[in-house]
Design a protein around this ligand. Structure first.
Ligand code: NAD
Length: 497
């Protein structure tokens, strides 16, 4: 079994305390690798390396085109090593090989290519005279050394979404992947090394969030933390980052509504509901979770949904026939089960699933059958809180105002969708829903060119798109005097002398 090292300042190193963490395959509960558990000293070494490399200017002052050329090689190397990455990601997350090979890795490659291209056209907005005697310009400059902390649900992709806009704009980074899924982060560092990224620009350290993550957030070497993960940890990082007023960019949880009006194409909505609810084994921040169905079509929708779900193939992630694998961990499965129990205790009616399937050869995997729960209790935890598992909460609504109000009445504001054939209803809903994304007659599609951003407690800032590049830059006003005078006319307003 392989023991992975950390990548700090261009070197492959072990933890100074010689501590290791087991990494498991959630489909079997078997240990598949070991990674280092970074000590406080290791974290400091990594943040110092990032700081020093940034201050050297070798990367931060390199012309964008040159940086982009180097980073583009990572996309090519990832393409060449596709099988390795697919295999590791699948074994480490329990996602089906269909999803990892058909979507996760190819899409991640596209994300890199987009960032490499877009980073070459970063620009300030102004070069003009806003007062009579001077010319103003705006420069965009990298922030400095940045800590990047990522979740386990899309291990490689979430690092790319944060680390690539950061380094493409000239920052240096220290990446800390989730402890459940650190392997592709480390393999990625190998590709950056091969591509010729200078030492200290991209560092990967591994270890628990409670120690390694917190140490990063407290570091005085870092001027920014970019975090993707739960709202709870996002709040903690905001507090810790305040010690040196770091910029804290947060991409957090979600509780997406999926609203089906009576004039919708019900079959299309059902097909999308399955994908929207189950992509990534139901562990996606954009997963549709609250299905608001117009009362006149509710029975038809639910019956078709149950029928489609009964055909779902849950099983071995390595088989091309598998639609859904296990959850990431035993504790995640218990969390999902406890929500199903709460849903029931708070007046919900389980219409399907929620139990554990028995998968031959995978008896120790963390599998669960998707649950469909009907509730009329709008305040139930299954309606208000992020479950992060395959639970379809189905609810009825009567009219437009009622459903929009209920959809918005959560602390989250990430993804949402509306199903209708009426253009006016669609346009109104895209205005009225307070979410960073509103899909019309679709759910979960996010092109590399478009922003992925949250409202409310789903965070702020943006991943993907040109906005993700702005996220990792300061804006600087530069002013040029055009008079050459010793005393400019306006000085007398302050000092006549
Ligand atoms: P998490 O918040 O538990 O952990 C995320 C990362 O933070 C991990 O690397 C973890 O080790 C680290 N961490 C944990 N405690 C920490 C602490 N006290 N200080 C510093 N770091 C700490 O989230 P998770 O369970 O890995 O991922 C699931 C969550 O991520 C869900 O809420 C999901 O909605 C969210 N998510 C959001 C997006 C988005 O784009 N908005 C994308 C993917 C996942």
């Amino acid at each position: 079994m392989e023991t992975y090292k950390m990548y700090i300042n261009g070197e492959w190193v072990v933890s100074s305390e010689r501590k290791l963490i087991d990494v498991k395959n959630p489909a079997t509960d078997e240990i598949i690798a070991r990674v280092q558990s970074a000590s406080k000293e290791d974290v400091q070494r990594a943040t110092k390396a990032a700081r020093t490399s940034f201050d050297s200017g070798i990367w931060s002052r390199m012309p964008p085109g040159e940086r982009s050329n180097i980073l583009s090689k990572v996309a090519n190397l990832l393409e060449q090593n596709m099988d390795t990455f697919v295999n590791i990601e699948m074994k480490n997350t329990g996602k089906s090989i269909k999803q990892v090979s058909g979507y996760d890795i190819p899409y991640t490659i596209d994300n890199i290519k987009f960032i490499c291209g877009a980073s070459r056209i970063m620009e300030g907005k102004a070069m003009a005279e806003y007062v009579s005697d001077g010319t103003s310009a705006v420069r965009r400059e990298p922030i400095g050394a940045v800590g990047i902390i990522t979740p386990w649900n899309y291990p490689l992709m979430m690092i790319i979404w944060r680390a690539f806009p950061a380094i493409a704009t000239g920052n240096s980074v220290v990446v800390k992947p989730a402890s459940y899924t650190p392997l592709t982060a480390i393999k990625l560092a190998e590709l950056l090394e091969k591509a010729g990224v200078p030492k200290g620009v991209f560092n990967v350290i591994t270890g628990p969030g409670s120690s390694v993550g917190e140490e990063l957030a407290k570091s005085k070497d870092l001027e920014m933390i970019a975090f993707t993960g739960s709202t709870e940890v996002g709040k903690r990082l905001s507090e810790l980052g305040a010690s040196n007023l770091k910029k804290v960019s947060l991409e957090l949880g979600g509780k997406a509504p999926f609203i089906v009006f009576k004039d919708a194409n019900i079959d299309a909505a059902v097909e999308s509901a399955i994908v929207g609810g189950l992509v990534n084994n139901g562990q996606d921040c954009a997963n549709s979770t609250r299905y608001y169905i117009h009362e006149s079509i509710f029975d038809e929708f639910v019956s078709k949904l149950k029928n489609r779900l009964s055909k779902l193939r849950i099983g071995d992630p390595e088989s091309m026939d598998t639609d859904m694998g296990p959850l990431i961990s035993q504790s995640q499965r218990e969390r999902v089960e406890s929500y199903i129990e709460r849903g029931k205790n708070e007046g919900g009616n389980i219409l399907l699933g929620g139990d554990r399937p028995s998968i031959k050869g995978h008896e120790h995997g963390y599998y669960i059958n998707p649950a469909v729960i009907y509730t009329e209790n709008e305040n139930s935890a299954i309606v208000k809180e992020e479950i992060f598992g395959p639970v379809f909460t189905v609810l009825k609504f009567k009219d437009y105002e009622d459903v929009i109000r209920r959809s918005n009445d959560v602390t989250y504001g990430l993804g949402s969708s509306v199903w209708t054939s009426n253009i006016t209803t669609a346009m109104r809903a895209t205005r009225d829903l307070r979410f960073g994304t509103v899909w019309v007659n679709e759910h979960v599609v996010v092109p590399s060119e478009m922003p992925w951003a949250g409202y409310k407690q789903s965070g702020h800032g943006a991943s993907l798109s040109a906005y993700s590049l702005e996220e990792f830059t300061y804006i600087k006003h530069v002013y040029f005097d055009l008079t050459g005078k010793v005393r400019k006319d306006w000085y007398s307003q302050i000092f006549k002398g």
